[in-house]
Write a protein that binds this ligand. Structure first.
Ligand SMILES: [Zn+2]
Length: 695
């Protein structure tokens, strides 16, 4: 999320100081602006942009795909799925009770709301935070919006209502809204250089997403209307293709997907077209070739051949491009998306579902450049990966996309928030050594993109469990939960999930319909399981294939039980030989969870850098499993009879003879915990990939 060092922290600070020293517009001019703004706002209230009512606002899901011509799958609303006591309920309760409230307070303490109040003379505080600070509030409102879709939270709603009114009060008469490019920065507004680094469109994209999530929770369209005004009154008349309009450069993709979600509400084709225009780039704007790589926009999306540049930007661009495909069916987009997805899974994604390996530019590296300790793996990038795959899944109904969603969700995203919900990872490395001075989990980052992003993801999670299609219902994720929804023909449907997933591999689905009805229940067989058993009302079904949805087409009687059993035996994974850092190493995965070792769990005097896995045992004997209720909120711990090297003087130099005596090793018990739970105790070394001692 950084500005690639192009605007230094010092410049931010000095500009913030000067902002406080300059007064607002001269009184009469300000009055006129506010006066005309009031008229416009009233006009909008009296004649608001019509929004779709099919489905109704509360039933529109994370993405409203009900009328998207190229969406094979359609959303099930967040409120229709109740996640019950189990794996995700703990995380979600912490999110609502600790993370969202504490982040709200931190955003307040760090001046994010004062930035808006200042513009109305209600705060004398100087502008604070980087240029993209408005987006922090918007993303947090989106998290609150999703949380409110799962139930009433009166205190949170009161806070958000107040914030929204203070935000929209700062909107200018012409529809522009941003708390940084005002006053002495106003002259830079929407200038090419500002479009490159100023995040104006990025912020409004997040405003739209926040406004939409809040509208879908409450029916309150105040924030959504402010975003619509920005688009319809400020952007569309002044920017876009054509000699009478100024060109646009997205800078940080985000507006692309937000515009399409807005289009799904309004049906206003200008919003879809503007998104397509941003995705195509405008040749009237000229930057250096490397800028088009870093920003992942400005040249036709369909000219991309691989993932590169800033990882969050690239993932959000892929989200926007998939949204564009879902609405237009443009095959050139679909072709490019498939090329990029193949690049993702074959050469660019960590085993945790994290992406973006380089700290420099928060960027994708070369193919197979997936370092462990230096891994960047920004939480936002893993979230972007999940969001992109959610859209690819909607387009196809293919389980390979759900596999990526699950991998990112349980690992590279879930690691981003501490178990107590108060601390966040910006980076999610796959190895860690605290002696290098890095503090991996923090309460606050001045660039605080990741924390509210994690919060909105956990709050929206029920919306990722199911989809519908004209054939029936898809089950994507497993946890104790209840679906209370209907088939696309309107027949009422509930599905109760009972499971101890991901700790155990059995899932019981009780499928109840309002009346006997024929449809297909598509149950996801995860790609990581080597065997899967499926039975309907006790009768086995034989053709379950890992990495696919098993279609169970039948006349459902109104009360049927589907039992799934996945093999949860721990697996030892190797990486492609071109991932040089993992040569001779292996990672441990059990079910959807990637495991790691923390130094603190190993025996006295056993350093992580000296340990090795044993590969010479039968797979059934490799790991002992024990659920520990008291450890890290309750985790299944794996123990493994590995080895530890003893120091060898002959091999201690930087270089030594190939003939030097091999180090002695002795057996040692190694302890593994799920990767998501790392760094929740003391700062201690951690690693995912461990050398394998071959017999
Ligand atoms: Zn981030």
């Amino acid at each position: 999320m950084n500005l690639k060092q192009k605007v230094s922290r010092r410049k931010f600070v000095s500009s913030a100081v000067s902002a406080s020293a300059i007064s607002v517009l001269p009184g009469s001019q300000q009055f006129l602006r506010e006066f005309s703004g009031a008229i416009r706002t009233r006009a909008l209230e009296q004649n608001p942009v019509p929004l779709t009512t099919t489905p109704a606002w509360r039933d529109q899901g994370i993405l409203n795909l009900a009328k998207s011509p190229y969406a094979k799958l359609h959303s099930v609303p967040v409120h229709a799925v109740t996640i019950e006591a189990g794996f995700w309920s703990l995380r979600r309760e912490t999110n609502v009770n600790a993370s969202i409230p504490s982040m709200g307070k931190l955003l307040e303490v760090n001046g994010r709301m004062d930035n808006f109040r200042r513009l109305k003379g209600k705060s004398s505080a100087a502008q604070r935070g980087p240029v993209y600070s408005d987006s922090d509030i918007y993303k947090w409102i989106e998290a609150a919006g999703f949380a409110l879709q799962s139930g009433e939270l009166p205190e949170l709603r009161t806070t958000v209502d107040k914030d929204i009114h203070e935000i929209v009060a700062a909107q200018q008469a012409d529809g522009y809204l941003n708390t940084y490019y005002v006053q002495e920065h106003a002259a830079q507004r929407m200038e090419p250089k500002t479009q490159q680094h100023g995040h104006e469109l990025y912020c409004i994209g997040h405003l739209l997403q926040g406004g939409i999530a809040y509208y879908r929770a409450t029916g309150d369209r105040t924030l959504l209307d402010a975003g619509t005004r920005f688009v319809n009154e400020f952007l569309v008349p002044n920017f876009g293709p054509g000699s009478d309009k100024k060109p646009l450069f997205s800078g940080h993709p985000e507006m692309e997907l937000a515009l399409i979600e807005l289009y799904r509400l309004t049906g206003d084709k200008r919003q879809l077209e503007l998104s397509g225009y941003l995705l195509a780039g405008d040749s009237r704007i000229h930057f250096k070739p490397e800028d088009y790589v870093y920003h992942f926009c400005g040249v036709p999306f369909t000219s991309r051949t691989h993932l590169e540049g800033h990882a969050v930007r690239a993932m959000y661009a892929c989200c926007g491009a998939t949204d564009y495909y879902l609405e237009t069916g443009d095959q050139t987009y679909w072709k490019t998306l498939n090329v990029l997805w193949k690049d993702l899974v074959s050469a660019q994604m960590y085993v945790t579902g994290g992406v973006g390996s380089r700290s420099d530019g928060e960027a994708f590296g070369d193919p197979y450049e997936l370092p462990n300790a230096r891994a960047y793996g920004e939480s936002c990038a893993a979230i972007g990966n999940m969001m992109w795959n959610w859209r690819m899944l909607a387009a196809t109904g293919e389980a390979k996309y759900a596999d990526v969603i699950e991998r990112a969700l349980y690992n590279g995203i879930n690691s981003g928030m501490s178990l107590n919900g108060a601390l966040y990872c910006y980076r999610n490395p796959l190895a860690f050594d605290p002696s290098r001075g890095d503090k991996i989990r923090n309460e606050w980052y001045d660039t605080t993109c990741c924390p509210p992003n994690l919060e909105r993801t956990l709050a929206s999670l029920p919306g990722y469990f199911y989809s519908t299609s004209d054939e029936g219902v898809y089950v994507h994720l497993y946890d104790n939960s209840q679906l209370n929804w209907h088939l696309e023909n309107g027949t009422g449907l509930t599905i109760q999930q009972k499971t101890n997933y991901p700790w155990e591999g059995s899932v019981e689905l009780t499928v109840a319909t309002a009346e006997p009805v024929e449809f297909t229940l598509f149950v996801r067989i995860p790609g990581w399981t080597d065997t899967a058993r499926v039975a309907v009302n006790g009768k086995a079904i034989s053709d379950a294939i890992a990495g696919q949805y098993l279609p169970i087409r039948r006349r459902w009687s109104g009360d049927d039980t589907v039992r799934l059993q996945f093999n949860m035996a721990p697996q030892i994974l190797e990486a492609n030989a071109q991932v040089t850092e993992n040569n001779g190493r292996a990672a441990v995965q059990r079910g959807p969870l990637v495991y790691c070792m923390e130094q603190i769990d190993q025996g006295e005097g056993v350093a992580l850098k000296d340990v090795a896995l044993s590969a010479d045992k039968a797979s059934s004997g490799r790991f002992e499993e024990k659920f520990d209720n008291d450890l890290l909120g309750g985790v299944l711990v794996l123990r493994h009879a590995g080895t530890v090297h003893e120091e060898s003087a002959d091999r201690s130099g930087l270089y030594f003879s190939h003939d030097a005596a091999p180090p002695k090793s002795r057996p040692v018990q190694l302890t593994f915990i799920p990767y998501y739970a790392w760094a929740n105790r003391v700062q201690t070394p951690m690693q995912v990939w461990t050398p394998v001692a071959r017999a």
